[in-house]
Write a protein that binds this ligand. Structure first.
Ligand SMILES: Cc1cc2nc3c(=O)[nH]c(=O)nc-3n(C[C@H](O)[C@H](O)[C@H](O)COP(=O)(O)OP(=O)(O)OC[C@H]3O[C@@H](n4cnc5c(N)ncnc54)[C@H](O)[C@@H]3O)c2cc1C
Length: 428
């Protein structure tokens, strides 16, 4: 949950509907709806915005309930080893694994345009760096971008007491339609069917058919992922933004330099006209670009063996990259399985495909090393002999674990009799 807890602006509302904001568990036992009912929080499958606060509380409760054995550790190095992979954790431990799933989300991929990236952080940051908004109170802030991140942040900063303007290349901004509470007419339901990515036939296809998407020609997939579901903000953002935040639309940044303790931005519009502005701080709400060269924990050797398509790993139908045993989920899988991989709604499909791939192994022992990094250890021979992790300081034994359910490091009586299917061990 790190991205949500530390890198999204306080006060944000999710863009996805309630029904599309579940964390995935195969039996849907702990949905957002269930969490809200338990905690007296207003919920609707559609039409009731989900606050960041609610979603992060749900995420933490989900973790405690569904994956209490999860270890919050960072992988600082990942390399090939004779039997698979070797991972070094920030705790100093070394873990060997036959298979590794990297579900590292957006955390390494924030994108800042080149003509801004050279300026120091005191003057230019990315929207990923702003959870607390108080430090910018009373300051003149320019947010760049025309998508949900930029619009949300601009509206929330304005509310928190900054003087904000938004600069975007687009000549108009898009917001999702505000629901009017009335049932949709039948023809509209057919023409614009509801989906986990919002209403519309294309969204429905992306949300429900990632496997078909995968079999389409690579060039087409990459183009579709780049161009579809273009920038638009959720309807709840509108009230905080429209009429409150100054908008400079149709402009792109040509140059940025520091002048007398401020940033001077040179802007150019589509018709060629130019203007300049001085601002205390610039925030790039310019999104994320998957680029595996950003993964400093990957060894150079491993990285060089991963076939890339425009920075993203090319994945098989089971999410495996060109290095056998190495899998990617989340946004890094979008070029292979479509835009749904960028959203929580895509996690179910990814988890099921990955589970099938893992289940092919005759003997399994899986451990989790972080919120979203999944490691599978596979050993030959007696399964019960592999219930341990090798560390640099020795062998860490699994104690009191359920023998028949050794996907989990928890006592037998709390794991429902060891009847877990393999998919219970996948976390996205
Ligand atoms: C402003 C904004 C609003 C969004 N709104 C929505 C929305 O309304 N609905 C929606 O479905 N999606 C939304 N998203 C997209 C959202 O990011 C994804 O849906 C979701 O976070 C994907 O989950 P994930 O587990 O793949 O990645 P993340 O949530 O990014 O999780 C990745 C995890 O990997 C961990 N990690 C990274 N590197 C390492 C390492 N080396 N070792 C160990 N752990 C590591 C991180 O700490 C993190 O916990 C939004 C994104 C942004 C930026």
């Amino acid at each position: 949950m790190e991205s949500w807890i530390e890198h999204m602006p306080k006060g944000m509302m999710l863009k996805s509907d309630g029904f599309a904001s579940n964390l995935y568990d195969p039996e849907s036992v702990y949905t957002l709806k269930r969490f809200c009912a338990d905690h007296g929080i207003r919920y609707g499958d559609t039409g009731v915005p989900v606050s960041l606060d609610t979603f992060t509380s749900y995420g933490l409760a989900f973790r405690d309930r569904m994956v209490p054995e999860l270890e919050d550790k960072l992988v600082v190095a990942l390399d090939r080893a004779p039997e698979g992979f070797v991972l070094r954790l920030d705790s100093g431990e070394t873990v060997r694994a036959r298979r590794v799933v990297l579900a590292i989300g957006i955390t390494h991929f924030k994108y800042t345009p080149e003509n801004l990236a050279h300026l120091p952080e005191k003057f230019v940051t990315h929207s990923f760096q702003h959870h607390h908004l108080e430090p910018l109170r009373g300051r003149d802030v320019t947010v760049l971008g025309g998508g949900a991140s930029a619009i949300d942040l601009a509206g929330l900063l304005q509310q928190a007491g900054s003087k904000v303007r938004l600069v975007a290349r687009a000549s108009s901004l898009k917001f999702h339609t505000t629901p009017d509470g009335k049932p949709r007419p039948l023809w509209q339901q057919i023409r614009h069917p509801q989906s986990g990515l919002g209403p519309g036939l294309r969204s429905r296809f992306f949300a429900n058919a990632p496997m078909i998407f995968h079999y389409l020609p690579e060039r087409w997939r990459v183009k579709v992922v780049r161009t579809s579901l273009g920038p638009s903000a959720g309807w709840p953002s509108k009230a905080k933004f429209v009429g409150k935040v100054e908008q400079l639309l149709g402009y792109s940044v040509q140059r940025a330099e520091i002048q007398e303790g401020k940033v001077r931005l040179s802007l150019r519009s589509a018709d060629g006209s130019e203007r300049e502005l001085l601002t205390d701080h610039v925030i790039a709400g310019t999104g994320y670009k998957v680029d595996l060269t950003r993964l400093k924990f990957l060894s150079g050797d491993l990285r060089s063996r991963i076939r890339l398509v425009q920075g993203s790993p090319a994945l098989s139908s089971s999410f495996e990259c060109s290095v056998p045993g190495l899998y990617f989920a989340g946004v890094a899988a979008a070029n292979s399985f479509g835009p749904v991989m960028r959203f929580a709604f895509g996690a179910g499909f990814a988890a099921e495909r990955l589970t099938k791939a893992m289940a092919k192994s005759p003997v399994r022992d899986r451990i989790s090393v972080s919120a979203s990094t999944m490691v599978e250890m596979t050993k030959e021979g007696d399964p019960t002999s592999s219930s341990s992790i090798e560390t640099e300081t020795g062998i860490m034994k699994r104690e009191n674990g359920c023998d028949s359910c050794w996907l989990r490091w928890r006592p037998h009586d709390s794991c429902r009799g060891g009847s877990h299917l393999p998919d219970h061990c996948l976390r996205i």
